[in-house]
Design a binder for this molecule. Sequence first.
Ligand SMILES: *Cc1c(COP(=O)(O)O)cnc(C)c1O
Length: 366
Amino acid sequence: MIPFLDLKKINDQYKDELNEACRRVIDSGWYIQGKELASFEEQFAQYCGTKYCIGVANGLDALTLTLRAWKELDILAEGDEVIVPANTYIASILSITENDLVPVLVEPDPDTYNLSIEGIKKATTAKTKAILPVHLYGQISPMDEIMSYAHSHNLLVLEDCAQSHGASIDHKKCGNWGHAGAFSFYPGKNLGALGDAGAITTNDETLATTLKALRNYGSHKKYENLYQGVNSRLDEIQAAMLSVKLKYLDTETKQRQLVAQTYIEGIKNPLIKLPKVAEQAAHVWHLFTIEVEDRDRLVAYLTEKGIQTLVHYPIPPHMQQAYKGMFTGEYPITESIHKNILSLPLSPVISSQEIDSVISALNNYK
Ligand SMILES: *Cc1c(COP(=O)(O)O)cnc(C)c1O
């Protein structure tokens, strides 16, 4: 069996260091908002090139709390429109609706699966106040163009970096382009904790201070509350796990890029559409997705050969029961992506034999 993603194998590589870090936290007697979190926040900010990093409980909270902070700071208000790709994972959209903002779904570029500047332009109205680009599958959106558009139209930009840790354009990393970047450290993400975790990166001190209060009951000072906040903190133990794994992120990214390159060079089948890369460093390959008509038939064929695949994602947000009646537009590109997309096994620990087996199975598919 070739697993889609072998998390145990990934974490086994760092078992001694992870155990040691765990022991350090246990022995410290301090488990929430202590040295481990402060240290990880500093390292991750440095990694992304930003002034601040604010750890929170998960990626959805990173998105939701950033929009909430902008509301608290009177930069956003209920009913403001936020441009977001129609084909994103539903969390990006949940963060908008949770804040009583209005998601404006935009069809992605069918080659990169990300927002394009043309799509953003067409969707902009007098009510547009923010753009939420999602660097889907690990490829960074055209942030240089998006930021110059945002500046000229006075729009906020919140990057959804949940799948794109370390992806960059001209050496400037995701999370450092927008006014803020939201990260998830869900175990299966490129930088994964051993449980739930997330963070926001930003260069804006006021936003950072507001987020630090919001994640901790709205409290900026013990037992004094500026906001009606939430409890969304990144535990010491997860911060310690993440500090270990951050050291290996770039190596793992290179391994992912090598696997992707091998797939791109090896898979030659006219029935299969391969992903397109704008620039090598721009893609950190959280997922390697192909498109194929009659996807179920290919999935069955690969399953029989012992190759596990997954679909990211089977139902687009506008067709989810949760958003019934909310979106009236037509999204043919998004619907076709959801119908045809398939993710192949890809991880830093997949072996070259496994890669070869996947390639030859795909090349023999008729
Ligand atoms: C995983 C993910 C999230 C949510 O992150 P969690 O940590 O699971 O809450 C948000 N956006 C995208 C694009 C994701 O892939």
